[in-house]
Design a protein around this ligand. Sequence first.
Ligand code: HEM
Length: 485
Amino acid sequence: MSATMTTMMSTAPKTSPPSLTPPAPLPVRKIPGGYGWPLLGPISDRLDYFWFQGPETFFRKRIEKHGSTVFRTNVPPTFPFFAGVNPNVVAVLDCKSFAHLFDMEIVEKKDVLIGDFMPSTSYTGDVRVCAYLDTVEAQHSKIKNFAMDILKRSSSIWVSTLVSSLDTMWSTIESEISTSGSASYLIPLQQFLFGFLTRCIVGADPSSSPEIAKSGYTMLNKWLALQLLPTVKIGVLQPLEEIFLHSFAYPFALVKGDYNKLVDFVEKEGKEVIQRGETEFKLSKQETIHNLLFILGFNAFGGFSVYFPTLLSALGDDKTGLQDKLREEVRETIGTSPLSFSSVKEMELVQSFVYETLRLNPPVPLQFARARKDFTLSSHDSAYEIKKDELLCGYQPLVMRDPKVFDDPETLVSDRFTKEKGGELLNYLYWSNGPQTGSPTESNKQCAAKDIVTLTASLFLADIFRRYDHITCSSGKFTALDVRK
Ligand code: HEM
């Protein structure tokens, strides 16, 4: 077990008093649960997961049934047309057992981004992109370093590009509210994200291609959906969802035309970044282009497209006067200065609220890793023997509500992560596939953008309260934006 993890896990969560005696060894327990009859077990679990229970209840009910946060179960996709996919997993659903997923000495992450099922590499130009590579694969280090270099270099334009892209988004939304009384924010948000991220990550201005400027974000949505559909509950009328969305992998041919247009755009407009990938990181041109597009479309656009709506709805749903407190902190901190990374780093409540929304709604809910060797896995109260090649599956929305770590875990407590209240709790915030106190490196699989994601979300909030006194939104719509008096 790596030093980081041992230190992290021997540190008791904030709520427990520090202990002076070494902890007693945990009792070794047989992993409860099972996989059921061949075909029948997986299909029954799949129907529970997608239809009768939904993912959260699926995992919750099994914790109750087995009296354990570690157990065996099946996860989709399964039978009939996923013959080569093994649905058997060991679920790890508390903060302590989940943290084994970050320890690259005992687990590997080859081709398990979304479980044992991997979408065809034709979705990524026949290249196995970074997110599917294990840390022992030489290309992983090169591409991870390339991704982190892109972020470092673009940091000089990140804030100004964000703010100018938000200017456009907010004026579109304001004029829609003034004509129709309300405005949906999902499409404007995605258009803003596409433009902003393309400029910062690819170094390209979408408006140089009218078709990409108009439809780039829709092209990415379709490409993402076809890769992820077999593993995600949508909420369409059953059994239609089971029959049409979860029974087979969709062929890349359905989005080939759009993907090729995006590739052409990146190749033509992102020359400088591509050249760096080739010369400084020794990647082939094809590896560079397809990884760049994956980082833009899947990691960045996909991640923020899931996260920002949950951030806005947390703001809109609040009944505790949170917007007043955030507004006060933002305006006191920046005064009349422009927004910057350093100014939002001083906004403790803004940052804590960002962390808390990531805790309650981690945008990437499932994480997987395969045992590199036999090892003993610990939960808070027991130890379990894991065999080489077993697949571990963590469902973050439950892990991040671990009552042994977080007080009042189901409630949004906006100042939970302020230094005064619980700075140490950041050791247990895992949205980035690693603790918020960790650092992404070529030797781990933590999100390359761990810090810039939370800073961008803080800037997004700070920008709202610089412009508006109060915003009113629910169910994906704004009904009022009270312009600053
Ligand atoms: C809200 C936005 C984002 C979220 C929620 C997010 C989340 C994640 C998660 C959970 C992983 C690990 C997946 C796994 O192996 O199980 C990951 C990996 C990664 N993310 Fe992010 N991410 C976001 C934005 C970004 C951005 C803006 C970039 C741009 C560079 C990025 C680049 C990467 C890369 C390159 C990896 C692969 C790391 C590796 O293979 O070692 N992500 N991200």
